[in-house]
Design a binder for this molecule. Sequence first.
Ligand code: AP5
Length: 213
Amino acid sequence: MRLVLVGPPGAGKGTQAEFIAGELGVPKISTGDIFRANVSGGTPLGLEAKRYMDAGDLVPDDVTNRMVADRLAAEDARDGFLLDGYPRNTEQAEVLDGLLEERGHVLDLALELVVGDDEIVRRLSGRRVSKSTGKVYHLEFDPPEDPDSPDLYQRSDDQPETIKNRLKVYAEQTEPIMGYYEERGKLVRIDAVGDVEDVTGRAMAAVRERTAK
Ligand code: AP5
């Protein structure tokens, strides 16, 4: 299955991507995670991406598209993948379709996680990540054992001003891709508010329905 997970910052894409990709036996490819790994590693890609990420802006398309093309060319993505955080504008959606077409493939599903702005701000401001394991927690919804542990950090783009800009960028640049996928019959929207397991259940129901077609 070739699937993209779309939705606003903090909608739970990363959280759901783990479960869905695991269930489907396909690699989870998160552009945000790849950028963050490059930032931590101090690579040239990371140095370039960091200034956009810290501001809550999109990393330029040429850099992002090249990175995704390289990742999709890997052996483990040949028979399917779940993309988390890509595409994020119509140009990226077109590039992805082009990459798939070159290989004689098509995208099966664009799954949109629908969450309102107030909930997003709650989720992002309470998010904490473990330095040692990369596990994502939430102070209220999925609390770590020790919320004051020095192992936990808050993402630099989860500050109120940056969250505001990320939401603006999402509305202006990413929301139009829903129309792109709707026109092509690829879009399915699910309510992503509620327990993580319930949201996974809705997501997997949408995936199964698409697979059965
Ligand atoms: P990226 O990492 O993709 O960030 P994002 O899309 O803003 O999404 P997040 O990772 O913030 O949230 P999420 O939806 O994964 O939610 P999560 O599961 O963590 O991108 C970061 C930056 O990289 C971008 O701003 C941009 O600069 C750059 N970038 C990335 N891709 C790019 C691209 N294609 N083009 C250009 N630039 C790109 O959940 C959030 C919190 O909520 C967690 O604490 C979690 O525990 C909690 N939670 C999850 N589900 C629930 C639930 N059901 N109920 C309660 N809490 C929940």
